[in-house]
Design a protein around this ligand. Structure first.
Ligand code: F6P
Length: 328
């Protein structure tokens, strides 16, 4: 007979993302609704190792659905990458009589959860929350939509000053390994070029395209560059390159940085986080484990954690084409 679930622990790990608080709220309230005690683990896997646990109730999560960041803190834990660290975490979960664990984060978080489950057979469920949207098994991660809105707002403002001065701006956005933020915001903000890690079209094409822009009468230009772009040059080097090859351009650089991770979650992210949080508790109650909660065609579904870790989320090739057409 399967063990009845009485206590569920949950944590946020890796880079924070808008909507993490909304998912914490959903997990806690869903636990309470089902007569389960919710236990928050502070600071990701570090808190699991140090035994930094806090029992919550429905009121512990009041007034947080609209707040950015994560009230239970997050971290990237190097100790959890060691077997001895994971053993300490397991002992703490057993000592606190916890029956299941929900981890909220990105691929690093899921990799840790997958290994942990393999070693100790402890029930785990993953919820994808990262602004990068680079997780296989879900069309959207929590935080992606909010970050897109933040970036588009910033680029619109930069466009005002760019066109007032007839300047070219290289704008760096987050996305260490993925170009989803760059591609979506580039299309939404009318960028002339979008440089992403998934598709290296080379510097020659960039120069050609910028020349064409000038010749066809464009007075200002925006190039959105993903942090992990593979042209081999960062935004400042790109500026130097254009300064050298197209001196007629006046070039500036803007690195948007961590503002992309902050701020209130969008309506989409709040709803997504609520759905995923509830589904994660339901899944544990149905004795599911070692899976990630995802969304596809607006339906919640589960993907094995190993696939979420090993699979690659695909870039939207339709958007690449649209960006080419729009920038003529
Ligand atoms: O959350 C993912 C991410 O935003 C990446 O795009 C970026 O490279 C990284 O986090 C930055 O992380 P940190 O805040 O640890 O420097």
């Amino acid at each position: 007979m399967k063990k009845q679930i009485k206590k569920i622990a949950f944590l946020t790990s890796g880079g924070d993302a808008p909507g993490m608080n909304a998912v914490i709220r959903a997990i806690v309230r869903s636990c309470v609704y089902n007569g389960i005690i919710p236990i928050a683990v502070h600071k990701g896997y570090e808190g699991l190792i140090n035994g930094s646990f806090e029992e919550m109730n429905a009121r512990s999560v009041k007034g947080i659905i609209n707040k950015g960041g994560t009230i239970i803190k997050t971290a990237r834990s190097s100790e959890f990458r060691t077997k001895s660290g994971r053993k300490k975490a397991y002992n703490n979960l057993i000592d606190h009589s916890i029956d299941g664990l929900i981890v909220v984060g990105g691929d690093g978080t899921f990799n840790g959860a997958y290994i942990f489950n393999k070693e100790f057979k402890f029930p785990v469920i993953g919820i994808p929350a990262t602004i990068d949207n680079d997780i296989f098994g879900t069309s959207h991660t929590i935080g992606f939509d909010s970050a897109l809105n933040t970036v588009v707002e910033a680029i619109d403002k930069i466009r005002d000053t760019a066109s007032s001065h007839n300047r070219l701006f290289f704008i760096e956005v987050m996305g260490r390994d993925a170009g989803h933020i760059a591609l979506n915001t580039g299309v939404a903000a009318g960028a002339e070029e979008i440089l992403i890690p998934e598709e290296n079209l080379g510097l020659k094409r960039l120069i050609k395209s910028l020349k064409r822009s000038k010749n066809t009468g464009k007075s200002s230009s925006i190039v959105v560059v993903a942090e992990g772009d593979k042209t081999g040059k960062n935004v400042f080097e790109l500026k130097d390159y254009v300064d050298k090859h197209l001196p007629e351009y006046e070039v500036r650089v803007s690195v948007l940085g961590h503002i992309q991770r902050g701020g209130a979650p969008s309506c989409f992210d709040r709803v997504l986080a609520s759905r995923m949080g509830v589904s994660s508790v339901d899944s544990l109650l149905k004795t599911k484990s070692n899976v990630m909660v995802g969304i596809k065609n607006n339906k919640i579904f589960l993907t094995p954690l190993i696939d979420a870790v090993k699979g690659k989320s695909k870039i939207n090739s339709e958007l690449l084409k649209i960006s080419d057409i729009m920038s003529i």
